[in-house]
Structures are given as C-alpha cells and as structure tokens.
Design a protein around this ligand. Structure first.
Ligand code: RUQ
Ligand code: CUA
Ligand code: CA
Length: 612
C-alpha cells in the first residue's frame, strides 16, 4: 500500500470511529452537536424536504404546510377564515364565504388534521380538520391543497377530537366537547350531554351519533376499525372547573362501531335534527367506559394495534389499555401533565409533559412488564408542550426518525415582537437511544397538532393545473351580456397579460355575475382579479374557474388588476369597469373580443416565462 492510500484508509477508519462514537456518546462538543443538528435539518436550496408536515392553524382557522426536516413553511391552506392572499372567501357573495357564514361564521379553530388512510397508512387523498368553535368539519383535497367541503354537525357544540376509523377510513368521527341540554332546549332539567358523530368520508353526511356524557375530548381509532376511542374528563358533569376534577378517575369511552351500526339498522336510534342518535343506556354493548385517571386528555393507539394509551393530564400517569379486551394492562408514571403520546418503530412511546416541559420516551413492553427501567430518556422543550407527533406515529408505519414538539410558550426563544410571542415548534431526532434537539421554528398562532406524510405519498398526486370546470370559459368565448334591467353577465378569461374583456360598462346598482377562467396551462401561473372599493379579490391558479356576483358601486372608473406578479407585463394586466349613473341610457354592446390586445407582442418587452 502506498503511503497516501494508507493515510486515506486510516483517516476513513478514524472518521468512522468518530462518527460511531458520536452517535452513541453523550459528551460531544457543543460545536459538533450544532454541526450535526444543522446537517440533519439542512435542505439545500432547490432540494426538497423528505416529509410534508400538516400543522393545524388553531385560531388561524387554517392548515400550515411545512417541510420536514427543514421547518420551512411551504403553504397555508385557509379553511374557516377568509384569506386575501389566495383570494379565499373574501367577498360576501363568494360561494365559500357564503358556505362559511351558513355553517357558523367566517372564523374557526382548527385542532386536529386527519389524513385519509388505506390499509392503515396515509393515502394522500384527503385531510379532514375540526373547527372546535363552531361544531364543523372541513375536508382539504390533497391533489390541489384546497378546502373542498365544510359541514356543520347537528346536535354538537365544540367539535374537538377527530379521527379516521382505521384502517380504511370507513368513517371520520368527531367528538362534541361542549355538553348541551339533552334535548337541545335550555329548559331541560337533565344533565347536559354530547355526541360522537360518525361521518361518511366522501359525502361527509353524518351517518349516526352516539350520546356520551362528560365532555368528550380527544379521539383515536383502534387499528382494526372495531372501536372509536375517546377520552372524557368531566364524568362529574360539572359546570365549572372546580366541579370538573372531583373524581379520581374519569374515563376512556370505547364505542363498538359494528354494534352501533347494527343498532341504527335495527331502528334503535332516535332521529334528532335529521340524524340517528344512539343512547347507549338504551342499547347495551354499544359503549364501554374504561375508568382512567384524572381528567385524561390524549388517546393514542399503538402502531401495532395492541394498545391504546390515555394520557393522565392531572395524573402523572398514562393508562395502557388492551385494544381488544378493553382491560387496563398498566398505568406507569411518566411525569407531570402528560397530554399526548406518539410512537416510533422500535416499541417506544413518547409522551408530552405540559407541566414538566418535556418529552419523555418510554418502553411500552417494559412498562407493561413492570420493569424498573421503562423510562428511556427525557428531553426539555421550550416551553410547555401540548401535542407531539412522530413521523407516522398515528399510522401502522411509524418511521422512527423525527418528532415534532408543538410548544405553547416560546418566552426567550426568539427576538421579542411585543408582549405576545410566536408559537414554537421543535424538531427532535428520535433515531437513536437518546433524543436530540435539532431545530426550532416559529409559526403564527396556534398549531395544536401535526401529521406528516412522506413526500412520495403525494408525488404524482398533486396536480399541476386545475381540471377545467364544466362552466369554464374558453378563449374566444368571452362575453358581456345584459340579462335583465339590472343584471349583467360577464364571461372572462385570464392569460398573460390581459383580461378579456378588458372593459366593462355597467350602471350603478347593477348585479354583475362574473365567471372567470384562468386559461393558463402552466403550473403556478396564477392571476388575480382585484376590484377596488368592491371588496372583491379572487385568485385563480391555472385552469381554475370562479363565479361571483357583486353589485356595481358608485359611478366612476374602477381598474381591476392582477394581484399576483405573473409576467413583465403584470402591472399592465388590468382592465376598466366603468360604472355609469343609474339613469344613463347605455348600449352595452360596445365591447367585443376583437378589441382586446391580448397576445400581441409589445416591442422591447420580454414576456417572462411565457410559453405563448
Ligand atoms: S387537544 S386543546 Cu389537540 Cu391537546 Cu385541542
Ligand atoms: Cu396576471 Cu399579474
Ligand atoms: Ca374529572
């Protein structure tokens, strides 16, 4: 061996040993720990993250999509709140805005993102999310990352816990946390009660509900689809906080789904507001109460389907329940304020400890066997963690690489931005025996929960352009028509860098129905349509069609313009709505497609990224 080669081999060996030592050793230098963490989360410009992270937006009413491990925000999907940035539900007549108003209002509080499952793993089709505030559930289509359905759940206030029935999403089930007088009337002397609602994933119709007392909190499914599990923390049925923690044990509720279906089929449910409601007192076998301490919160099924784990919240314990027999098999102590539990692929559970501001890692089998060393590791988080989620921890295929801590308070973690600080997420490496802190990233308020999907799950599913709707306007088919004394119909197309028609003549008070198609065929070539002083702001990704009816305002000239920078002629992409006085006699035939300058090259002006 030549000297050089020998040296190289030695160096390689030394490097390998250093690497091995590093992986196992606790006392690594501060610099190398930083470098190691940085290397783990660095995603170079132009490279893609390994996972999509879907973080619920809490009182932002949305879903934040981040890349994992980088933590980069790549999308916000607005759901229960208008968002001008993407032209979502802005105008009072926007169909989505109307749907929001009709189902509870233009704001929401999203907590738990729930992806559709096939064979116990996420299939990348849908993502559902609850609106705690207004008793609603929405569905996001993952091929276009847009909300496509919002439903109000009857007989329910405070839609909190939500889960997909494993392994093939037979139902989405939702827990009503805020109890109501049983008959919905305030005159009812009975104790308050609530329901778990079972929704069809496609139609999102509520198929049936099961009555449950005690403030139904978090939900999870048994992996075989037999049971819908929920925690209840107010078995006392107290109406104030003191009254809610009198008992040492509240309960995990297990609803036997086939038994409930049978009860509905046999007519044992009562119809309330159009929905069959089962009262488990009248139909034995539908519901089992498993006593667990104390004001429990999270409920999480283990990936192998054997157990379901309730986190004690006011008790320093978690309760491990056999998911088939519903018997409690162990109740190990884990720390103060246990809220939620997630899993790796090596038999470990990770529980968030709100009061200790920690994640605790523990060995499930050892805890059940009563071994003294079931606690594997603890790591501090900053600060006061709520949910935590390991990649795939909710599925039958946990990855065991990353875990996200969703922390409620960020105190000294970021530059101060006033009395209120951002929410803090921390990414933790869980691939080794010891957990290691990798990265923190802030978000707007207030992510509650998160789920992660491998990038491959969505590769090939995410569309490049919208499919043309039946009502789409084709190029050359644009028109302006007066359809009544005060009614105008406009069919418009958008393409770089023109509106066709580029002029509208209307009268004050006219009802204008505008159908717009973005006829671009290139991904990301979004055009906007903003109309000053008319509260109108629509964004149209390529292929999209939107229809909106608005009332023409005071006489004047209003320039509609494109809000999304789209080409070198973006600023020139605008048109005029001329609002004439009410009494003006108008012949509204003074526009024809021939008048538009669309497509004409302008000397000396390059058309950016243009393919036409
Ligand atoms: S639960 S407070 Cu996700 Cu911990 Cu809503
Ligand atoms: Cu179209 Cu800017
Ligand atoms: Ca209680």
């Amino acid at each position: 061996m030549k000297m050089k080669t020998v040296l190289l081999v030695l160096l390689t060996i030394a490097g390998t040993i250093a690497g091995l030592q590093f992986a196992g050793c606790q006392s690594i230098g501060a610099t190398s720990a930083r470098t190691w963490a940085a290397e783990k989360v660095y995603v170079a410009p132009g490279e893609h993250d390994k996972y999509y992270g879907f973080l619920s937006g809490g009182q932002s009413g949305s879903v934040f999509v981040v890349g994992i491990p980088s933590g980069r925000l790549i999308r916000e999907v607005p759901i229960f709140e208008p968002r001008a940035a993407v032209g979502y539900a802005v105008h009072p007549n926007d169909p989505r805005r109307k749907e929001l108003e009709a189902t509870g209002g233009a704001w929401g509080d999203t907590h738990h993102p729930v992806p559709s499952e096939t064979n116990g793993v996420y299939d990348g089709k849908y993502l559902w999310i609850n609106d705690l505030a207004n008793g609603r559930v929405a569905r996001v289509r993952l091929d276009v990352f847009e909300t496509d359905k919002i439903v109000k759940i009857p007989n329910m206030q405070g839609a909190h816990g939500i889960a997909a029935l494993s392994p093939n999403t037979k139902y989405i089930f939702v827990n009503g946390e805020f109890e109501q007088p049983t008959d919905g009337l305030v005159t009812n002397p009975d104790p308050y009660t609530s329901v778990v609602a079972f929704l069809d994933p496609e139609s999102m119709a509520v198929k049936f509900q099961v009555r449950v007392n005690g403030n139904i909190d978090i939900a999870d499914s048994s992996k075989d689809g037999r049971y819908a599990f929920s925690t209840v923390y107010n078995l006392e049925q107290g109406k104030d906080a003191d009254a809610m923690f009198q008992y040492d044990r509240d309960a995990v509720v297990a609803i036997d789904v086939p038994a409930a279906e049978k009860a509905v089929a046999e007519g044992k449910a009562r119809i309330q507001n159009g929905v069959p409601v089962i009262d488990p007192k009248e139909v034995p076998g539908v519901m089992t109460l498993i006593p667990v301490p104390k004001n429990p919160h999270g409920i999480n099924a283990t990936p192998d389907g054997k157990y379901v784990i309730a986190s004690g919240k006011l008790s320093p314990t978690v309760t491990i329940i056999d998911a088939k027999t519903l018997k409690i098999v162990a109740e190990p102590e884990v720390g103060l304020g246990p809220l939620h539990t997630t899993f790796d692929n090596r038999g470990n559970a990770f529980t968030s400890l709100f009061l200790d501001s920690q994640v605790v890692k523990w060995d499930i089998d050892k805890a059940i066997a009563g071994a003294a060393d079931y606690i594997v590791d603890r790591i501090d988080v900053h600060y006061n963690i709520g949910h935590l989620q390991a990649v795939g921890g909710e599925t039958m295929d946990p990855k065991g690489d990353y875990l996200l801590a969703l922390n409620k308070l960020s105190k000294d973690q970021y530059l101060p931005v006033g009395p209120e600080l951002p929410e803090a997420q921390e990414l933790i490496d869980i691939s080794g025996e010891k957990m290691r802190m990798l990265l923190a990233f802030p978000t707007p308020p207030e992510p509650h929960d998160a789920v992660f999907m491998p990038a491959e799950t969505l590769r090939g599913k995410v569309k490049q352009t919208f499919d043309l709707a039946p009502e789409a306007i084709a190029e050359g088919k644009e028109s302006v028509m007066r359809t009544g004394p005060k009614l105008v119909k406009v069919n418009m197309t958008l393409i770089r860098s023109a509106y066709t028609p580029h002029q509208l003549d209307v009268r004050e008070g006219d009802e204008v129905t505008l159908t717009i198609t973005n006829v671009e065929t290139i991904r990301d070539m979004t055009h906007g349509f903003a109309l000053p002083d008319h509260s109108l702001n629509i964004a149209l990704p390529p292929g999209a069609t939107k229809t909106i009816t608005f009332t023409a305002g005071k006489p004047g000239v209003y320039w509609y313009y494109c809000t999304n920078f789209c080409s070198a002629l973006h600023l020139e992409m605008r048109g005029r709505m001329v609002v004439h006085p009410k009494d003006r006699t108008l012949t509204l035939t003074d526009w024809s497609p021939a008048q538009n300058v669309k497509g004409k090259a302008i000397p000396g002006v390059p058309s950016t990224g243009a393919e036409r």
